[in-house]
Ligand binder design. Structure first.
Ligand code: HEM
Length: 206
């Protein structure tokens, strides 16, 4: 069923298809596992000497434990992402919901947002700053996946590895993509707090 279509059984508009919701909440769970376990893995061999994450905010206890958590989260993340990609291709979700982005309209809506005047009355329609934020998050997630593949199976992905400047380069790409995704999540949560009814739609779909 497409978003915005009236449900004959319940008479409520479908705002988020179940595949989008399942992917979304699988993402939240996998990020909650992968970020703190990734921090513990980072701490075992810091890229920037002198900078480590506080132990209390890490997951896994020791390097081996953190790797186990990170891989477990990876399978959950991969399953959710595969579902989202397949469902998006079948249903045309990304093209319909997240595209296009018009630069002029984007600048206009960002200005409105800065003055606190950007409305989000129709939950089935994303405004331009939302589209850009969601696409940036997806870009960050894809960069996480690509660099993660290099770190996990370096020999099997030589082209990706060289594109990122080798194994150490891939570690930096992985770290910076994590920062991008966390930056998105921070702003995302603030936005959800400003329009809390969108949370209900992401939970119930209607
Ligand atoms: C507890 C944490 C989170 C909450 C409460 C939350 C909540 C929401 C809500 C309410 C929406 C719908 C916004 C609207 O209709 O205007 C949404 C959409 C979205 N969220 Fe989250 N979110 C969370 C974490 C995340 C994370 C960790 C990611 C990815 C790293 C993420 C990525 C997205 C994306 C890409 C969309 C657009 C989905 C689409 O239509 O394709 N969210 N989120």
């Amino acid at each position: 069923m497409h978003e915005g279509k009236r449900s004959k059984q319940e008479g409520a508009a479908v705002i988020h298809h179940w595949t989008v919701r399942l992917w979304h909440w699988a993402n939240v769970a996998s990020m909650a596992i992968m970020v703190p376990s990734g921090w513990r893995i980072y701490n075992a061999a810091p890229i920037w000497s002198g900078f480590v994450f506080p132990r209390d905010y890490t997951l896994g206890g020791w390097l081996g434990g953190a790797l186990q958590w990170h891989f477990a989260g990876m399978w959950l993340f991969g399953a959710g992402l595969s579902l989202y990609v397949i469902a998006s291709i079948v249903r045309g979700h990304i093209g319909r919901r997240l595209l296009p982005i018009h630069i002029g309209l984007l600048v206009h809506e960002v200005r409105l947002a800065m003055r606190g005047r950007l409305s989000h009355t129709d939950a089935a329609h994303y405004n331009q700053p939302q589209r850009l934020a969601y696409l940036s998050a997806m870009f960050g997630l894809l960069a996480l996946v690509a660099s993660g593949l290099v770190l996990w199976k370096s020999v099997q992905f030589p082209v990706l590895r060289e594109l990122m400047g080798g194994y150490e380069g891939a570690r930096r790409v992985h770290f910076l993509s994590m920062c991008l995704v966390l930056g998105f999540v921070l702003v995302h949560l603030l936005m959800v707090m400003l329009v809390p009814r969108t949370l209900l739609a992401m939970l119930r779909g209607r």
